[in-house]
Structures are given as C-alpha cells and as structure tokens.
Design a protein around this ligand. Structure first.
Ligand code: ATP
Ligand code: MG
Length: 128
C-alpha cells in the first residue's frame, strides 16, 4: 500500500471509534502524484480528520480523493458545527500547518463552513 492508503485506513478507524460514519469516494490510485505530494496529502488528511473528531460534533464525514491530469484534490466534509473562519484559524497549529505544507508544494486550502465544514485541498501533480 501507499502512504495515503495507509493514512486513509487509520483515519477510517479513528472515525469508526468516534462513531462518526465515514464515506470515501474517488480513487486511491494516484498515478501522477509525486511522493512528496502524497506525503503532504496524508498529513493533511490526518489533521483534517483529527479536527472532525475533536471539534465538529458531526455524525458523518465524507472523504473524496480525485485526480485530473493537472492536480490531485482531497476533500474532507463533515456535517458538524462548522467553524468560524477568522477566529478559529488562530486557535491552534493544525490548519496553519496544513497551509504551510501546501504552500511548499504549490497547493491550496479552501475552507467552507455551511452545513458543517468542508476542507478543499488541491495540489498540482508537477512541483514547479
Ligand atoms: P491543534 O491542531 O494545534 O492540535 P486545533 O485543532 O484547535 O489545535 P486547528 O486544527 O488549527 O487547531 O483548528 C483551529 C480551530 O478551528 C479549532 O480549535 C476549532 O475551533 C476549529 N475547527 C477546526 N476544524 C473543525 C471542524 N471540522 N469542525 C468544527 N470546528 C473546527
Ligand atoms: Mg487541529
């Protein structure tokens, strides 16, 4: 298995233990993703799911992984309380850590908060 597959296996178990229903969609066969990018995505997945368990009070979590010719995307959605954009960013290190690592591989992080929280992470397949 790959790094991302291993991490996905772990976060599924964490969600199961927290009694949060988990659904995974998309393909894990990341053909074009450099190892560095895959490591960054694994770290982002771990932090995103840790936050769902710690903060969201959600009953389900949807993890989607998709790849196009140009980029790989990872979405983590929960149906919990949502977060307060400006205020919550400065509370911990997790979200900032995600952002810093993504900057390093020219990736991006968007957070939407309606009907819970959605983290949308995108990374180009070629590191410039
Ligand atoms: P750390 O990650 O450093 O252990 P943390 O989890 O509090 O601490 P962040 O991961 O940066 O820090 O998250 C910042 C804040 O955003 C959290 O304290 C929480 O209030 C809010 N938050 C993050 N993810 C979610 C989520 N899925 N649902 C609801 N609130 C969230
Ligand atoms: Mg956190």
């Amino acid at each position: 298995g790959t790094k991302l597959e291993d991490e996905l296996f772990r976060v599924k178990q964490i969600l199961l233990a927290a009694q949060i229903t988990c659904k995974v969609s998309g393909s894990l066969e990341l053909m074009k993703t450099p190892l560095l990018v895959e490591n960054v995505l694994s770290m982002c997945l771990k932090e995103a799911v840790t936050n769902v368990v710690k903060h969201s009070n959600a009953t389900y979590c949807i993890i989607s992984i998709n790849q196009s010719a140009k980029e790989t995307s990872l979405k983590v959605h929960d149906n919990g309380t949502g977060l307060d954009g400006d205020k919550d960013w400065s509370k911990g290190h997790g979200l900032r850590g995600i952002k810093e690592r993504l900057d390093f591989v020219n990736g991006s992080l968007d957070i939407h908060s309606n009907n819970g929280t959605t983290l949308n992470i995108r990374v180009p397949n070629v590191i410039q």
